[in-house]
Design a protein around this ligand. Sequence first.
Ligand code: AMP
Ligand code: ZN
Length: 304
Amino acid sequence: MTTSQAAFLKQLLEHGILIDMGVDGLYGRSGVFEDVVERFSILVAGFGRDDKAEVIRFPPGMSRGQFESSGYMKSFPQLAGTVHSFSGNDHQHADLIANIEAGKDWTDGQKATDVVLTPAACYPLYPVIAKRGILPQQGGLFDLHSYCFRHEPSIDPARMQMFRMREYVRIGTPEQVLDFRQSWLERGEQLMRSLGVPVVLDVANDPFFGRAGKLLSNNQRDQKLKFELLIPITSEENPTACLSFNYHQDHFGTKWGLCTCADTVAHTACVGFGMERVALALFKHHGLDVTTWPRPVRKLLWGD
Ligand code: AMP
Ligand code: ZN
């Protein structure tokens, strides 16, 4: 936590751009904020249009069974959010109400449902595509956009618990997915530069949990499996990852039995746009009043 994070959050709340909901990292969004997110989404779609990705929209929850199979809990147990629900009898209901009224813990009897909150927009996709059978020769390309949940409460407005990720996901041969990632590394940087924000591209790693996770993080960095496009939002020294470019090798392909037409395990890669982070970066660099944003930026986003 830094004072500049607290100060930027205060500004956003005072201007009604974000709306306090009583939990760190959970905010309402104003119409203006949503407009920026929507315009940016349209701009991204324009950059990707010629690729003709298949558009799929999933709700912000996924199958618990598929989530378990994905191995997410091995890597990021600290971030996961599961949906629990009451399934007791009248007596247990009375206890529950009494506990709530007494300000005691009432969640003990809550039982896990078949739904968990989506941790990254691409997680529900792989089992769906695997179920379709062998991939066509050109592989697959998908356009996703979903609210995601990560349990990382923070007063940094750029670190939310519920936020949107727009993703393009490529499934195919290693060459196909690496070409895809390379092209988005270039497009992503060009796209963000055209919006007048300072960017730095860097090798990155996911926040794998625990001591064993250190090895995974080092391996990810050594093999350059993850890049991030960083933009300063609340700190010049520690800019924020706004776009991610991930090469999963055959991790999801093996897990879900994704097969290329040559009957080899498919490789996967995804590019993720943190929609709230991009919007916040624009508010930070161009000001809280969108009508005064630089002309070229307004032209790109609103066409005026
Ligand atoms: P990741 O799967 O961690 O690479 O996340 C994909 C993108 O989602 C990142 O590049 C960020 O822009 C965004 N993102 C990740 N975590 C958060 C968060 N806690 N709050 C807002 N955006 C996030
Ligand atoms: Zn992804």
